[in-house]
Design a binder for this molecule. Structure first.
Ligand code: FES
Length: 268
């Protein structure tokens, strides 16, 4: 993990409140694993407002051109500043941070099921791209509130079949990612490893649905963070089994944000 200066190369609006930033980070030579994140803030000598960095998942990384892609949903003052950056503006970032998805646990011929809810889609896009490059088959379920909030569907379709589900039925099936897993399974969906990222109620529902399934499922958790470096304990979560060998509290920013489903308690 290091501190870098990045320059916005491209910015695009994907939905009414979701924006994509492609950032040139010429000094970045570290490997970036899907699921890792960066702590970002606007770089300006005139103002350090807002002071706090925001943890943003890496949505893609091109190591040959040292380009990072972030997809940011405006959800407060800090993310609004970041999401509205334009080409030429600069950010400073710490990263890559955290423990990402175990890409190399899968080999050619394995079948991954990727399950994303809303703004959980971006880190899974980078994961899908790497898994596909490694010969892993990818099937994706993308859940959104409505058609107008959907994004990245064509991008995921490059890597395998995609099912879209919306709360109001304005795109794809009407329902949620759990109902879509059930429907697709009845039509023959077969997978060996699962990956999920999305809001906490979605992950809790997945845990209930897949409990006892036996196939490994990794989830990326979102938690309020401060330092992002494992130093402040703001992002603590409890292990699901207090009698396990690693029974101490776990830090989402350092031990995660990716955990095996069932490894930690999925709570606020
Ligand atoms: Fe400080 Fe995780 S955010 S320890």
């Amino acid at each position: 993990m290091n501190k870098y200066l990045g320059t916005i190369l491209n910015s695009a609006r994907l939905t009414s409140n979701v924006f994509k930033l492609v950032v040139s980070v010429p000094e970045l030579t570290e490997n970036v694993t899907p699921g890792q994140f960066c702590q970002i803030r606007i770089a300006t000598e005139l103002s350090h407002d807002p002071l706090l960095r925001r943890p943003i998942s890496v949505a893609d990384y091109d190591p040959t051109r040292q380009k990072l892609t972030f997809i940011i949903r405006e959800s407060g003052r800090g993310t609004k500043f970041l999401a509205r950056l334009v080409p030429g503006q600069q950010i400073d970032l710490f990263g890559p941070l955290g423990t990402g998805f175990p890409v190399h646990r899968l080999v050619k011929g394995d079948r991954a099921l990727l399950i994303a809810g809303g703004i959980g889609a971006p880190p899974l896009y980078y994961l899908a791209r790497q898994l596909h490059a490694n010969g892993v088959e990818c099937a994706t379920i993308l859940g959104f509130r409505s058609h107008s909030e959907s994004f990245l569907i064509d991008e995921f379709s490059q890597f395998g079949p995609v099912r879209v589900v919306t709360d109001d039925g304005t795109l794809g099936s009407c329902g949620n990612v759990c109902t879509e897993i059930t429907a697709w399974t009845s039509e023959g969906l077969d997978w060996t490893h699962g990956f999920a990222c999305g809001p906490l109620p979605m992950l809790q529902a997945l845990q209930a649905q897949l409990a006892g399934d036996g196939r490994p499922v990794w989830v990326s958790l979102e938690k309020r963070m401060a330092c992002g470096l494992g130093a402040c304990a703001a992002c603590t979560c409890r292990p699901a089994n207090p009698n396990s060998t690693a029974s101490g509290p776990r830090l989402v920013c350092k031990d995660g944000p990716v955990f095996l489903l069932g490894e930690v308690e999925l709570g606020e």
